[in-house]
Structure formats: C-alpha cells, structure tokens
Ligand binder design. Structure first.
Ligand code: SF4
Length: 305
C-alpha cells in the first residue's frame, strides 16, 4: 500500500517537474522520500537554487513562504495548509512597527521563523545556524531588535556581547525540554555529548556541551561517528542523525519535544498536493520585495561552524 503511494508520488513528481524539500523535524518517512532535507538555512538556499518548476515544501508555512519569496516564478506547495508555526505567530508586523517606533534607528534582526509581513519590516533575517554571525556583522554601537524568539536572541547576545532588545516569543516544542530532563539523561549516559538547539531555555543550554542548529548537529555528529549523543531539540532530527551515523547512538533529551505542526505532513498529503497542485503559497509583491532584502542578507552571511 505504502509502496504504491510512494510510486504515485514519484510519478506525479516527474509529471509536475517538482522537487520535494523536507525539514529535519519532518517524520522519518518524509525525510526518506525528500530530494533534500535540511535546516531552514539549507532549505532556503536549495529553494533559491533549484531549477524545478514546483517546490513541495514539507515543513511549516513560514518555510514555504520563504521559498516563495526567493523563487516567485516557481509554484510552492505546502501539503498541509494548516501547518503553521506558533512562534512565528507570536509577533505581528504591527507589533514590530510599534517596537521600531520606540527604538528609532535600531537594526531589526528577525529569525526566519516569522511571517513574510514581519520579515518585510526587518533589516536582516537569520536562522539558528547564523544568528551569531548576523549580529556580529552589525555596527558595534547601534541598537539591535531581535524577534520573535527570545531564546535564540539571548544566545546571539551572549555569544556576541551585544545588548539586544528581545521580543518575548518562544518555541513551545523546545521550552518543553527541562533542566531535569538534561540532568536525568546526563546521569544515565555520563559519557554522552549533549547537543542543544539555541531555541531551548537558558538553564537547559547552560547544562549542555554544544549549542547547534540541526544542520550543525548533523555535521558535528558526522565528525564523531562512534559517539553517544543526547539531543535537545525536536525529536525528528534523531532520524536524520541515526541514518547518517548508524554506529553512533542518539538519545532524545525529551520525548515530549515534538512539533505537532511539523507532523501534520503525511505521504497522502504530499500525493494530493502534487495531484491537485495544492496548497499554493504566495506572497504579495510589495511584501515579497521588502522581505527578500532581509532574506538575501541571511543567505549571504554563512555560519562559521
Ligand atoms: S519546532 Fe517550534 S519553531 Fe519550529 S516550526 Fe515547530 S513551533 Fe515553530
């Protein structure tokens, strides 16, 4: 049954001249099906470079929007139209305009996990892979506003020594990982390296050995192929880590760290998406042009790790 479905997806993918991109938090079978898996930065770069006519984005809405901003001539499909990101919805463009009015002259850095309208109000976008490098690239004495994730913003502030005005957004799937989870895992696996995503809370990050984006976790684990790792991020990444490093051991810091929106995409929905060319994600031209400038800056500033 599943084999038949996979064949039909391949058949329609060819017919539509489509490419399937999947985020590292997607269910394992979707990662296996995708032409390219990665973190937000890697997927954004892929979306801007592909010569496919259709991009099927297995992720959440802001990722598909980013692809539509970068490649307006392509058709971008989100297989599940209600796959959103609660953190992205924690700030509106109007709220950001009000914050900017309180800090005229501040440079606005927005995490790519944000709506197209918020990106359009921002000077720079960043991902968790290059937030530090983006902040470092800014003039030394000016004010910086960082939205919407306060934990990634705090991480960038700590690494750069810059004073950053933070918006109080957060990712519910990361803040669910507690200090207790890390201490329990550390007691059980004292030899394991603890890798945490910068979206985790500060007390959790303080207990971890490495703070890395999902793409950086994959690279780091690839350099230590026989190691044991405790992974403090959304559990979908374990599939990619284990697949690329079959001899290493990966343990989720918390089995509760699941993003329900990422898990809304299924094989059936990918097939329907290709069959019916739904759900098309587009961004209005004035917003797209403004947001594009911030995204281009994000893609240009590469992480050093
Ligand atoms: S893991 Fe968090 S930040 Fe990522 S899509 Fe889900 S809710 Fe948004």
């Amino acid at each position: 049954m599943q084999q038949r479905l996979l064949e039909k997806i391949q058949q329609f993918k060819k017919k539509r001249k489509a490419v399937i991109l999947a985020h590292n938090y997607q269910p394992g079978q979707i990662q296996d099906l995708a032409d390219f898996c990665g973190d937000s930065l890697g997927l954004s770069i892929k979306a801007s470079q592909t010569d496919a006519e259709v991009i099927v984005f297995c992720g959440v809405r802001f990722m598909a929007e980013t692809a539509a901003i970068l490649s307006p001539e392509k058709t971008v499909l989100l297989p599940e139209k209600y796959a959103g990101c609660p953190m992205a919805d924690m700030i509106t463009a109007e709220q950001l305009r009000q914050l900017k009015a309180q800090h005229p002259g501040a440079v606005v850095v927005c995490y790519v996990n944000s709506t197209a309208e918020v990106k359009a109000e921002s000077d720079y976008c960043c991902t968790s892979a290059n937030a530090v490098e983006v902040v470092k690239s800014l003039p030394a004495n000016g004010e910086i506003i960082f939205v919407p994730d306060r934990h990634l913003g705090r991480f960038a502030a700590d690494r750069t020594g810059r004073n950053i005005i933070l918006w109080p957004g957060y990712c519910a799937s990361h803040v669910v990982i507690t200090e207790e989870d890390i201490k329990t895992a550390k007691a059980k696996y004292p030899d394991a390296v603890i890798m945490a995503h910068p979206e985790c809370t500060e007390p959790v990050k303080a207990l971890c050995d490495k703070l890395l984006s999902t793409g950086q976790m994959l690279r780091y684990a690839g350099q230590n192929k026989h190691g044991r790792f405790i992974v403090a991020t959304e559990t979908g990444i374990i599939h990619a880590l284990q697949k690329q490093n079959p001899q290493a051991e990966f343990i989720a810091a918390s089995e509760r760290a699941i993003c329900p929106n990422m898990k809304k995409i299924t094989l059936e929905k990918i097939f329907w998406s290709l069959e019916d060319m739904q759900h098309k994600v587009t961004v209005d031209e004035p917003i797209r042009t403004k947001a594009r400038k911030a995204i281009d800056r994000m893609v240009e500033i590469l992480p050093t790790e």
